[in-house]
Design a protein around this ligand. Structure first.
Ligand SMILES: C[S@@+](CC[C@H](N)C(=O)[O-])C[C@H]1O[C@@H](n2cnc3c(N)ncnc32)[C@H](O)[C@@H]1O
Length: 140
């Protein structure tokens, strides 16, 4: 499966260097985000980690989002996902020491996102147990 990724940022003042110095956005941190020791190409190949549970039909792998967040932001900056679905972006932001804001229209996915973010430091086995508990709770 393939999906395009577009990268936009603003403001953009003068040069990229000026922009990074003044606004702390607008540059790719390539040196710290090599793929198999190489500079990343414009084709990224990521898939779900073993045991990563899928909750949403359009869910993205947390590993991909961690890579993109590390590539385009610095620690403690704010990552906004206005269409967060199952919350993968917020999970990735938390795991990469960024602040995060997520918005989701569907209450079911909002609850799943909240559960995933709160449990993002747990092992996959612990997450699986929490998800099962949530599913039982929802049925009642
Ligand atoms: C493509 S999915 C996001 C999937 C997410 N990246 C993940 O990994 O789970 C888009 C989400 O946006 C939500 N959505 C659509 N319109 C919205 C709106 N106006 N405000 C907030 N969320 C919205 C949908 O309910 C859907 O869950």
């Amino acid at each position: 499966m393939y999906e395009p990724i577009a990268w936009f940022f603003k403001p953009y003042d003068h040069t990229i260097t000026d922009n990074v110095l003044e606004n702390e956005v607008g540059a790719l941190n390539i040196d710290n985000n090599l793929v198999n020791g190489e500079r990343p190409s414009n084709i990224l190949d990521f898939w779900f980690d073993k045991g990563e549970k899928e909750y949403h039909e359009a869910q993205k792998p947390v590993s991909l989002l961690k890579f993109l967040i590390n590539l385009t932001t610095r620690e403690n900056q704010v990552v906004l996902d206005p269409f967060m679905g199952s919350g993968s972006t917020c999970v990735a932001a938390k795991l990469t020491n960024r602040k995060y804001i997520g918005m989701e229209l569907d209450e079911k996915y909002f609850d799943i996102a909240k559960m995933r973010v709160e449990g993002s430091n747990l092992t996959y086995e612990q997450k699986e147990k929490r998800a099962t508990q949530l599913a039982i709770f929802e049925k009642r």
